[in-house]
Design a protein around this ligand. Structure first.
Ligand SMILES: [Zn+2]
Length: 340
């Protein structure tokens, strides 16, 4: 299995004049060299709105999907070359499945499958936090770097905790990189013609401990796993730089990730100015679906004759994209199906 191709920030020109307000739909890489920390800050506005308002899911589901989008954008933007990162959850909670698909360098699309009644019940019972909505199951992270490259897939169990916890576990188990992630999503209603309009904002920050000497990356909170019963795992002293970096990450508040008046640069300066932080040029991200008539056509042609024949309704085959709701119609003959 190939290791994912994670790009470290290049010695790009650091931005010298931090903007006062945030630039939405951006990914800002940073480095705190004295602490061997590298990471990214993601801020999402209009792009997130396009995806979430396009689906019109219940608020609790949109919020959860928003977190998954921030996480996927943060991870996907580290892909070195053209490729895709797909985050997918499959679990027994009211939200059965989340899919977020990031195509390098800058496109993201997302959708969810959920049980409407169970979501309503969870909201009514005050049990609609991300962990409860997901329930138990697994989260898969698939990195696809094109037909000539191996697909890489990392799996982590979902155990009733949210996506931040799942991300920490994923990095610890799949990549052995000490990582801290913070995700925040908020919904606001703004006055507009024809009544208030729903507006979504989201933000996230990720920091990874990447020292030159790998033995410094040992962390204390790795569970003993399949150690034989009675074997006490020996305590590992965590590296001081990581202890400090992690503690700083834990001070990040939701409002700092969401407030348009707090730019990514300001947030990073607030967190790390005592150690010295290099902030790299932000990159843009946009909400865009990658579906096309050609792709849908070749998918249909890959189905069995029987399946294709069964898809004909009122003399045509209609396929609706689950990500962007685009509708594609085909005459049966176009995709080799029998007209009924
Ligand atoms: Zn689409």
């Amino acid at each position: 299995m190939a290791e994912p191709n994670i790009e470290l920030p290049q010695s790009d020109i650091p931005t010298r004049s931090p903007s006062a307000t945030t630039a939405d739909d951006t990914i800002t890489p940073f480095e705190v060299a004295p602490l061997d920390l590298r990471g990214r800050v993601v801020r999402l506005g209009a792009g997130l709105n396009d995806i979430l308002n396009g689906h019109d899911y219940p608020s609790a589901v949109s919020r959860l999907l928003g977190e998954a989008i921030v996480l996927t954008v943060m991870l996907g933007s580290a892909l070195k070359i053209e490729g895709r990162l797909i985050l997918q959850t499959q679990a027994d909670g009211p939200v059965r499945m989340l899919v977020v698909d990031f195509t390098a360098p800058d496109q993201v699309r997302a959708c969810a499958r959920f049980d409407k009644k169970r979501v309503e019940e969870a909201v009514a019972a005050g049990k609609a936090d991300p962990g409860a909505l997901l329930g138990n199951g697994h989260l898969a992270m698939t990195i696809d770097q094109g037909p000539d490259m191996n697909r890489y897939q990392g799996l982590v169990a979902l155990t009733g905790e949210g996506l931040e916890a799942a991300a920490h576990e994923y990095f610890l188990r799949s990549e052995q990189i000490p990582t801290r992630v913070r995700l925040a999503v908020a919904e606001e209603f703004i006055a507009a013609e024809g009544g208030p309009r729903r507006n979504w904002r989201a933000g996230g920050i990720m920091a990874q401990f990447l020292p030159h000497a790998p033995e410094r990356m040992k962390v204390a909170d790795l569970p003993p796993g399949d150690a034989p019963e009675g074997v006490v795992p020996h305590a590992v002293a965590e590296d001081e730089a990581w202890v400090e970096g992690r503690a700083l990450m834990e001070t990040v508040e939701d409002i700092e990730l969401l407030d348009p008046a707090v730019s990514s640069e300001r947030l990073l300066y607030r967190l790390f100015h005592e150690r010295g932080v290099r902030v790299f040029k932000p990159v843009a991200v946009k909400a865009k679906c990658s579906c096309s008539r050609e792709n849908v056509e070749s998918m249909l042609k890959s189905f069995s004759q029987d399946d294709r024949d069964h898809m004909v309704e009122d003399g045509k085959i209609t396929v609706t994209c689950e990500f962007c709701s685009a509708s594609y119609q085909f005459a049966p003959a176009e995709v080799g199906a029998k007209a009924n």
